[in-house]
Design a protein around this ligand. Structure first.
Ligand code: ADP
Ligand code: MG
Length: 286
């Protein structure tokens, strides 16, 4: 394409809220055959809310909210918001420590306490009851965190984050173009599969530690031309690694800086719009 055609293409995109860093990015979009999506905040709204508390609800929420008060994770926001809404008295935790992709730990009421996934609470016994309840909630597309204190799991908290209203249509339009879609997430396999089914995504790669997202993209790139769509701090390396990194406008600064494309409207249908523009720019004028 001529420099003028590139300017026209990126200019048109910008008017629609699709910021494309340069003509080279627009050109690479034309070759993409696989689109990989982060889950939280990308496919879903990114405003998780607590739906179920299993166990002694007062105690479970009190301990969890104490732990999460110092965390910046979206799940933490959901838990502290629920505690505030229920007017719980939250003890101040000491020795707070966040464990990437797993959860948080701290001392609450003088006892070691944890909130996170089964990877964090690996050494804990989970009763058959709690185990089956956890599976049930996960199959309902809810993220489940375990709450532990003084060596025992005291309960579960289920947190729901609904897909954006346009995600399903966005995925369908990519499939209509013959592209493959993949979800890449740190969340549990069952939750990931449930959300993927709701929006029609082909493949799921779940339980991925934050540091491993870029490696999964690299692996896909051995056989495919890959776009990665994400919003979080932990998505930045994958956004850089992908043939085309697409960041949500609502995303963290580092995600936006790492993306070759920014979707200002946070609407996944704009991935397809970018593809259409690239095709128009590169297939018409050669
Ligand atoms: P995502 O790919 O959805 O952004 P993360 O890597 O941030 O996932 O987190 C993966 C999983 O780690 C979460 O689904 C949750 O089980 C657990 N986790 C991480 N941070 C926290 C936290 N602050 N509180 C509870 N659980 C957490
Ligand atoms: Mg995210």
């Amino acid at each position: 394409a001529t420099p003028t055609a590139l300017m026209v293409g990126t200019g048109r995109a910008a008017k629609m809220g699709i910021l494309i860093k340069n003509g080279e990015v627009l050109e690479r979009v034309n070759d993409i055959d696989t689109v990989v999506f982060d889950k939280t905040g990308t496919i879903t709204v990114g405003k998780p809310a607590v739906t179920d508390i299993i166990g002694d609800a007062d105690q479970v929420l009190r301990v969890a909210a104490s732990l999460e008060a110092a965390s910046e994770h979206p799940l933490a926001a959901a838990i502290t918001a629920r505690a505030t809404k229920d007017k719980r008295d939250i003890p101040v935790a000491a020795d707070f420590k966040a464990v990437e992709g797993k959860g948080v730990q701290a001392t609450v009421d003088g006892k070691q306490a944890f909130v996170g996934n089964t990877k964090l609470l690996q050494d804990y016994q989970i009763s058959a009851d709690l185990q089956s309840k956890m599976v049930e909630l996960q199959n309902e597309a809810k993220t489940v965190v375990l709450v532990g204190r003084a060596g025992a799991v005291i309960g579960l908290i289920a947190i729901q984050d609904a897909p954006k209203s346009t995600s399903k249509e966005a995925i369908a339009s990519l499939h209509a173009r013959g592209l493959k879609t993949v979800m890449l997430t740190g969340d549990n396999e069952r939750v990931a599969r449930a959300i993927a089914d709701q929006v029609g995504i082909d493949d799921v790669v779940a339980d991925v530690l934050p540091g491993d997202k870029a490696d999964h993209i690299k692996q896909l790139q051995e056989t495919n031309k890959v776009a990665f769509v994400g919003d979080g701090i932990n998505d930045a390396p994958a956004l850089t690694q992908a043939d085309v990194g697409i960041a949500m406008g609502s995303g963290t600064d580092i995600a936006i800086e790492s993306g070759g494309i920014v979707l200002v409207k946070n609407d996944l249908r704009d991935v397809d719009t970018a593809l259409a523009l690239s095709k128009k720019t590169f297939n018409r004028i050669k």
